[in-house]
Design a protein around this ligand. Structure first.
Ligand code: 5GP
Length: 174
């Protein structure tokens, strides 16, 4: 049976917010070059749309990580499935993630990336669920703060499905 999904943010709302984020980031990095590190697979759609709205020179790299242990609860023990292609040394790095939930994954990841001697490492997340936070992760740029609901679309999946939805929706469970 098909899952029922109710729209939380429409494609138009997401596009408008990404334009605002792109303008803010372009202003903050004026005169510099920005190296975007997108986290696979969830952040791919967001990272690409955001990159198109940034007016300073941009380079892109991607990394894939997964959390060990239970598939529904993030453990904080993170496995790197695919590392970056390029070194970060001396670069202005913007990590682009789909969603910050407990913060366990990003806390590990930011720690790992900070050791690679970048000039700066900042974080941009499309969605933030502050209620669920376990680790103190600072999000420099946030698309939308959302309540504690399981969301899909715009890169986010439910059992690998729904990543291609052009909107962000909540899966209604019976
Ligand atoms: P954290 O370590 O912050 O708890 O987990 C972050 C990861 O959990 C995200 O990158 C994402 O893959 C997954 N996640 C957390 N909340 C949601 C959600 O509401 N929907 C989906 N599809 N994935 C989520």
């Amino acid at each position: 049976m098909a899952d029922k999904i109710s729209v939380l943010y429409s494609e138009e709302e997401i596009t408008a917010r990404i334009k605002e984020l792109g303008a803010q980031i372009s202003k903050d990095y004026e005169g510099k070059e920005l190296h975007i590190v997108g986290i696979l697979k969830g952040a791919t759609f967001f990272a690409c749309e955001l990159a198109k709205r940034i007016t300073v020179p941009v380079t892109l790299d991607f990394m894939s990580v997964s959390s060990y242990g239970d598939s529904t609860e993030s453990s904080g023990v993170v496995k790197i499935n695919k590392d970056l292609d390029e070194p970060l040394e001396g670069r202005e790095v913007l990590v682009v993630e789909d969603i910050v939930d407990t913060g366990n994954t990003l806390s590990y990841l930011l720690d790992n990336l900070q050791k690679r001697r970048a000039s700066s490492v900042r974080l941009c997340a499309l969605l933030d669920k502050p209620e669920r936070r376990e680790k103190d992760v600072h999000v420099d740029y946030t698309g939308f703060e959302i309540p504690d609901k399981f969301v899909v679309g715009y890169g986010l999946d439910y059992a690998q499905k729904y990543r291609n939805l052009p909107y962000i929706g909540v899966v209604e469970t019976e």
